[in-house]
Design a protein around this ligand. Structure first.
Ligand code: ADP
Ligand code: MG
Ligand code: MG
Length: 897
């Protein structure tokens, strides 16, 4: 371990290559020695030796054994003990350690070197035959199970039987004679299972253990793990040979594991478990009740003080929280392993911030240590979970689906949007909306619900996207769930949940639970989180805006740090209960006057909406997109209409009197009319149909009304002293003439309103870039637009010619599973295609207008990798759902560092 400098010279210096050669465990043992942490003597057989051994067909490479003996001599010299010496025996541990920590490989054999002779020497040196035989039986047990794959129960059974026979409860009460007898029985177990005697020759033990570590690199579990984790198969494992220190020499000895700071909260105090008078893995094995490390301060105060000194040494060196394994031998502390510790999101944030404030790391490093996804945790309630098993406390699992929107939610089942809204909004109940799948006209129910569950659909289904947009926990594609909309109940296997019964949903894990599971609110005012985000703001150059349609969302977005609204979708406002009939009337109108009337009736609603947003976003820009979806989305479903019509006709045949006939006839005529319009509006490809700017050009009245609502609202709020900055955005433009026409229309109307109101409003006019042609002709569009906003959802759809709504439950999943597509392009922007179109649009747009403002408002605007791309392309801002604003602030800072 003391020759790390030479290793560094050999591999050329970098810590990564040192780890590659020595494995993580070995490299850190050597590093600890170098910085003065007490570590027992030892040496490392390199990963190169392992690879050589395997390529030679499981043959020790030439010279390896001689080198091993030379190293062993050095340990003998420094410890003053000899391997195999019956008087003063040296014992060794043989431990695997690859570059990356890897379950599935052979782990550790302790006490190598024990046999019938050396046991006598140990009785001599420890003065305690009980300790000596305990060490001996442990070697046979570990060697047997780890090297020879004898089931460990075979050994444990014998100990249990011995305890019963001796009439004692715990292992520690067994005497030397008991352990001696157990040792003999262990030898028999070994012979029975391997048909060989236990190898009593110390060097044979060492060689067999070493080769077993080498071979375990190619064990099935290890290979499976590497495949799953994407670790290369040619790294090989190192073997650490370490002089034993003894934690089982009495009450001033012990063994344990610890974190240098809390892995749960990040608090700065050492946290751990230990056992006195125990060895190695007794702590993890859970054989005895462990003690809390704080007890060590009372039991062995000097050891505890030494521990604190070592913890500081390690943290100062590794500049991160460490996870250590240690043993205390007669009041002396030995460290046996260190590595960066695992932690919760909350602890990750706190540790990064604390360490930066302590001057251990820089602010940049603190920002780089917290991955943006970790922040999700802070913005959603959670179920309490068992730290070890991860099971939700007090919960009964009902079914599992896809975890598409994180957080925990509890409520009563509502099987349709109207009921969800009634219960949620009007009656103030907590509701979980459960549907086979969702559609745009389900949004009001989803908004009123705590959480959403669907039995069909994938990660980019409507339900998933809307849920993420509004930060509602959601689980979709719960296949096992059978939703019966007529009997108003859900069945999963033999369990029946009636509408109105409680369920609980964890969108972080994809679990659905029976009944009410208790939740805990996260702390968004967490001091460390706020600090980290304030640092992020110092470093980022990208603006972070939010997509919000309602004032409540906008004010949340502001609270989370949004610097503007990058997308307000006006059509959501059309969906609300009182307005939908007006919208339908507008669509169904046969005569221009009727249409104008309906549109005018919508005006006050829209004006109210916008005024609300402007008030909340005082002093900040608000991008309002004019209506986008094809009109048929606002009309009732065609099949439902046909069914209703058929019902009416049946009723007509059984009508009791003339009056009823008249009434029914009227209804039939109405239905037929609606159905006719639905048929007229029906498009084979609505995604490529009459929508976006095409609607505004088709019904100029609609554009005029929306512009009027925006400018009137702006005047209203300005008059009250508000600082209003509206930006009007045209969706789905593909040709610059579309913009030209809309701009003329819009400017005329805006001018008219301002004159009426006697007020001047400073507004901007811009367009979305969501069609390849728009990106390719951005120089021409920039002649009419003061800003571009990349609508990357549609830009991805139109670039790939993939329908997002359909693809994910179908071939897109298959594509990703088979690796035909490396990533879901609807989650992370496809750099080579969509990203390239964006780059062209940025270049061309800026060429025409160097001051053009560029942003993104697709869902990608809240995803870390896509945010990095936007930074690279030099956009001015990203806009995402309010809940992802903090994440975007961090991601933008990391992109800038
Ligand atoms: P793992 O990777 O499974 O943690 P280790 O190689 O770290 O395996 O060994 C497990 C435990 O065995 C250690 O935490 C330590 O308690 C014990 N151990 C290993 N080597 C020694 C040694 N030389 N002296 C005393 N205990 C040891
Ligand atoms: Mg282990
Ligand atoms: Mg370990």
């Amino acid at each position: 371990f003391a020759e790390l400098d030479e290793v560094e010279k050999y591999v050329g210096g970098s810590w990564d290559s040192v780890r590659g050669l020595l494995g993580g465990k070995g490299a850190n043992l050597a590093e600890m020695v170098r910085i003065g942490v007490p570590v027992p003597d030892g040496f490392i057989i390199t990963t190169e030796a392992c690879n050589e051994y395997l390529s030679l067909g499981e043959q020790l490479p030439e010279g390896l054994w001689e080198q091993l003996l030379t190293s062993l001599k050095k340990i003998e010299a420094s410890t003053g003990k000899s391997f195999g010496d019956p008087k003063n025996p040296l014992l060794l541990s043989c431990r695997s350690g690859a570059k990356f920590s890897m379950p599935g490989m052979m782990d550790t054999v302790l006490n190598i070197g024990m046999n019938d002779e050396t046991v006598e020497g140990l009785i001599e040196s420890t003065g305690d035959p009980k300790v000596a035989y305990d060490l001996y039986r442990r070697l046979i047990q570990m060697f047997g199970s780890v090297v020879m794959h004898i089931p460990d129960e075979k050994f444990e059974e014998i100990i249990t039987r011995m305890r019963l026979k001796a009439g004692v409860k715990s292992d520690t009460e067994l005497t030397a004679d008991h352990w001696m007898a157990i040792t003999e029985e262990f030898k028999n177990v070994f012979r029975f299972h391997t048909h060989h005697h236990f190898p009593t020759e110390p060097y044979a033990q060492l060689q067999m253990a070493t080769e077993a570590v080498f071979m375990s690199w190619n064990g099935k579990r290890a290979i499976d793990y590497r495949n799953a984790a994407g670790i290369s198969h040619d790294l090989g494992t190192a073997v650490n040979i370490v002089a034993m220190v003894y934690g089982n020499l009495g009450d001033d000895s012990g063994t344990g594991v610890a974190l240098t700071r809390s892995g749960t909260t990040g608090e700065k105090h050492i946290e751990g478990d230990y056992l006195t008078n125990a060895q190695g893995e007794d702590v993890v094995a859970g054989i005895r009740m462990t003690k809390d490390l704080s007890d060590l301060a009372k039991e062995m105060p000097q050891v505890h003080a030494e521990f604190e000194r070592v913890a500081v040494l390690l943290e100062n060196h590794y500049r991160d929280m460490q996870d250590v394994e240690f043993t205390i031998e007669k009041g002396k502390l030995w460290m046996l392993q260190t590595r960066d510790g695992k932690r919760t999101s909350q602890a990750a944030v706190r540790i990064a911030v604390d360490m930066a404030e302590e001057g251990l790391i820089s602010k940049e490093e603190a920002l780089m240590r917290v991955t943006p996804e970790l922040l999700d945790f802070f913005f959603h309630p959670q179920f309490d979970r068992q730290p070890t098993t991860g099971e939700a406390v007090g919960a009964k699992l009902l079914a599992k689906g896809l975890n598409v929107s994180p957080g925990a939610a509890v409520g009563v089942v509502a099987l349709d949007a109207d009921l969800a809204e009634l219960w949620g909004k009007k009656e103030g109940k907590k509701v979980i909306m459960v549907r086979p799948e969702t559609r745009p006209d389900d949004v009001h129910g989803m908004l009123a619900a705590q959480g959403i569950v669907t039995s069909r659909g994938g990660r980019t289904s409507h339900a998933a996207l809307v849920a993420r947009q509004f930060g509602k926990p959601a689980v979709v594609g719960v296949d096992d769930m059978d939703i019966d909309l007529t009997r108003r109940q859900i069945t999963v296997g033999d369990k029946v949940i009636k509408e109105g019964d409680f369920i609980s949903v964890d969108g972080t894990t994809g679990e659905v639970f029976l009944g009410e599971v208790p939740t805990r609110d996260p702390d968004v005012k967490d001091r460390w989180l706020l600090k980290l985000l304030s640092w992020a703001d110092e470093y980022r150059t990208l603006g972070v805006w939010a997509n919000s349609d309602y004032p409540v969302d906008a004010s949340r977005a502001r609270e989370y740090g949004a610097e503007g609204i990058g997308l307000c979708r006006t059509e959501h406002m059309f969906m609300e209960a009182e307005r939908l009939p007006l919208v339908q009337k507008m669509i169904l109108a046969e005569m221009e006057v009727q249409r104008s009337e309906a549109i005018k009736a919508l005006l006050p609603y829209q004006r109210e909406d916008f005024a609300g947003l402007f008030r909340v976003m005082d002093g900040l820009p608000v991008v309002i997109r004019l209506i986008d979806p094809p009109l048929h989305e606002f009309l009732p479903n065609q099949t439902a209409l046909m069914k209703e019509l058929a019902d009416l006709k049946i009723q007509l045949q059984h009508a009791p009197n003339l009056e009823a006939i008249d009434d029914l006839l009227e209804q039939v005529r109405n239905k037929e009319h609606v159905l006719e319009r639905v048929e007229v509006l029906r498009e084979d490809n609505p995604m490529l149909g009459l929508r976006g700017v095409r609607l505004g050009n088709h019904f100029p009245e609609l554009t005029r009304m929306q512009v009027r609502a925006i400018i009137e609202a702006a005047c209203l709020v300005s008059r009250d002293g508000g600082d209003v900055r509206p930006e009007i955005m045209i969706p789905l433009t593909s040709h610059c003439n579309e913009l030209k026409v809309q701009r003329q229309l819009l400017e005329t109307e805006a001018r008219k309103v301002m004159e009426e109101q006697g007020f001047e409003i400073n507004y901007k006019f811009g367009t979305m870039i969501e069609i390849p042609r728009a990106a390719l002709t951005a120089d021409k569009l920039a002649e009419y637009a003061e800003f571009f906003s990349f609508g990357t959802n549609d830009l991805t759809q139109t670039t790939y010619a993939i329908s997002r709504d359909d693809a994910e439950s179908g071939f897109l999943i298959e594509y990703m599973v088979r690796g035909i597509l490396p990533e879901n392009p609807f989650e992370t922007i496809d750099r080579d295609g969509v990203g390239e179109l964006m780059r062209i649009a940025v270049d061309k747009g800026r060429k025409t207008n160097p001051d053009i403002k560029l942003g993104i408002c697709g869902e990608h605007g809240g995803e870390a990798k896509s945010i990095a791309l936007c930074h690279m392309l030099g956009l001015n801002y990203v806009s995402c759902s309010p809940f992802r604003v903090p994440l975007a602030r961090l991601a933008a800072a990391r992109a800038a560092i």
